[in-house]
Design a protein around this ligand. Structure first.
Ligand code: GUN
Ligand code: FE
Length: 427
C-alpha cells in the first residue's frame, strides 16, 4: 500500500458534483485480484490514523485528480493533426485516408502506437476509446502496446468497404470475420476492450453495417464507435445513400448500432427526434470541440442534449482535433457551451468540464466506478498536476480562492507541462 498527500479531487457518483480536499489523502493498494485500486480518499486528518505504517508521499501543493478519459481519438491520425484542408470530406480524402493506408505495416503501426501512448501519458490521459485503421495489424499493434503498459484501453478495426480509396477500403465479408476474430482475441483480456468501428455510414455498405449490428448484438459488452452528424456535406451524402432511414443517426439505429456502450463522435446537427433516440437507447455523444472548431463543423448543443437527457463526454478527436491535451479540450468545450447558452452564468463550470473528461466520460462508457474517478474501489489511474508549472500558472493559482478558480486557471493556462506524473494501475 502507498498513500499520497495532496490536494485531491474526485466526484460524487450519483450527482457528479466535485468532492475536494485541500489537504487530502489518497491511499492505493491491491484488491483481492491484485489490481491496484483506491483504498481510501478524503481529508488527510480524517484518514491518516486508519493507515499506520503506510508510506505517505507528500505532494502538496500539487493536485491529484482522476486520469482523463478521452472518448474519441484516432491513434493513426497522430501525424495528421493540423493538416491544411477545408472541411471534413477534403480532409479525409487528401490527408487522412492516404496516411491511414500506411498502417497495414505492423512495424509502422507499432511505432505510431508507442508514440501515441507516450503522448497520452504526457497529457494525463489514462483511458481512451480510439480508432485504429481498417487493417487488423493496426489493432494488434495498439492492443499489444496498451497491454504492455497495463492500460484500460479500447480500440477496434475500422470498417469501410466503400467510397474509400485502395489501401484503406476493406472487404465486406472479411472485415466482419476479422472483427469477430479480434473481439475473441482481445476483448476482456487484462484491461483491454474491443469496439466495433464502422468509420461512418457513407463508407459502409448496408451489408457491412448489418454485419456490424449482428456482432454488436452477439457481443453486448463490446463497445461501438463511429461518427455522426458532423458536417453538412457529410449529412447530405448519408441521406442520399440511405434514403429509407429517417435521419443519419437513424441509419445506425436501423442496423442495430444504437445501444449502451455505443459512442458517436460529434452529434452536432441532430434533430429533437435524434436526441430523443440517443437518450432512449443509451447511446453516447463524444463531444469533440477542438476538432469541430478546426474543421469548421459546428457546435455541439449542450442545452438541447441536456433537455433530451442524452449522455455525453469529452474527446480530443485527434487528428481532426488539434491537441492531445485535456486542458485544450475543456477550454474549447467551455467556449462551445456559450454558443447555445440558454441560462445566465457560466455555460459550463470548471468542475463540470473536468467531470465530462473524467468520471462523466467513464460513466458514458459504462465504466463508472472503474476508471475516471478516485472513490474507493476505482482502479488507481490518476494524475499529479503541478499548479506552479509555469510562472503565470503559479501566479494565477496562488490567487485562486475556490476550487472553481483553481480548476479554471488550469483549464485556461494548463498544458502538458502541468502534468507532472501519470499513474497507471498504481505505477
Ligand atoms: N468521419 C469519418 N471519418 C472521420 C475521421 O477520421 N475524423 C472525423 N473527424 N470525422 C470522420
Ligand atoms: Fe473522429
Amino acid at each position: 500500500m502507498k498513500a499520497y498527500r495532496a490536494r485531491l479531487l474526485r466526484f460524487d457518483d450519483a450527482s457528479g458534483q466535485p468532492l475536494y480536499d485541500e489537504d487530502g489523502l489518497l491511499v492505493v493498494g491491491p484488491d483481492a485480484h491484485g489490481q491496484a485500486v483506491v483504498r481510501a480518499a478524503g481529508a488527510h486528518a480524517a484518514l491518516i490514523d486508519r493507515f499506520p505504517g503506510v508510506a505517505v508521499e507528500d505532494l502538496r501543493p500539487r493536485l491529484i485528480t482522476p486520469g482523463f478519459v478521452d472518448l474519441h481519438i484516432h491513434y493513426p491520425q497522430t501525424d495528421v493533426i493540423g493538416a491544411p484542408a477545408a472541411g471534413l470530406l477534403p480532409w479525409l480524402e487528401n490527408y487522412t485516408f492516404p496516411h491511414e493506408s500506411r498502417f497495414h505495416e505492423p512495424a509502422y503501426a507499432r511505432g505510431v502506437a508507442e508514440f501515441f501512448l507516450d503522448e497520452l501519458a504526457r497529457n494525463g490521459v489514462t483511458t481512451a476509446l480510439t480508432f485504429a485503421t481498417s487493417h487488423p495489424a493496426s489493432v494488434n499493434a495498439m492492443f499489444e502496446a496498451a497491454q504492455a503498459r497495463g492500460l484500460r484501453f479500447i480500440t477496434g478495426k475500422v470498417l469501410q468497404d466503400r467510397h474509400s480509396p485502395d489501401g484503406v477500403r476493406d472487404h465486406t465479408e472479411q472485415s466482419l470475420i476479422d472483427t469477430e476474430a479480434l473481439i475473441r482475441r482481445w476483448h476482456g483480456v487484462d484491461r483491454l476492450g474491443y469496439a466495433i468501428t464502422p468509420r461512418f455510414a457513407p463508407t459502409s455498405t448496408p451489408a457491412q453495417l448489418r454485419g456490424a449490428g449482428e456482432l454488436a448484438a452477439k457481443y453486448p459488452d463490446v463497445w461501438i464507435q463511429s461518427h455522426v452528424a458532423e458536417n453538412l456535406d457529410e449529412i447530405r451524402w448519408a441521406a442520399e445513400l440511405f434514403p429509407d432511414s429517417a435521419s443519419y443517426l437513424g441509419v445506425y439505429g436501423d442496423f442495430g448500432l444504437l445501444r449502451e456502450r455505443a459512442v458517436y463522435a460529434h452529434c452536432i446537427h441532430l434533430s429533437a427526434a435524434d436526441r430523443a433516440l440517443m437518450a432512449r437507447t443509451g447511446t453516447v455523444a463524444a463531444v469533440s470541440p477542438t476538432s469541430n472548431q478546426f474543421l469548421g463543423s459546428g457546435f455541439f448543443d449542450y442545452a438541447a442534449a441536456d433537455a433530451a437527457g442524452m449522455r455525453y463526454g469529452l474527446a480530443s478527436d485527434v487528428g481532426g482535433g488539434t491537441s492531445f491535451s485535456p486542458f485544450r479540450t475543456m477550454l474549447a468545450a467551455y467556449v462551445v457551451g456559450r454558443e447555445g447558452q440558454t441560462k445566465p452564468g457560466l455555460s459550463l463550470t470548471p468542475a463540470q468540464l473536468w467531470w465530462q473528461h473524467t468520471a462523466g466520460a467513464a460513466r458514458a462508457l459504462g465504466l463508472e466506478g472503474v476508471v475516471g474517478n478516485l472513490l474507493p474501489g476505482c482502479e488507481a489511474d490518476f494524475v499529479v498536476l503541478n499548479p506552479q508549472a509555469t510562472p503565470l500558472l503559479a501566479r494565477k493559482t496562488a490567487q485562486a480562492h475556490s476550487l472553481d478558480e483553481l480548476l479554471f486557471a488550469l483549464i485556461v493556462l494548463g498544458d502538458d507541462r502541468v502534468v507532472e506524473r501519470t499513474v497507471i494501475a498504481g505505477r
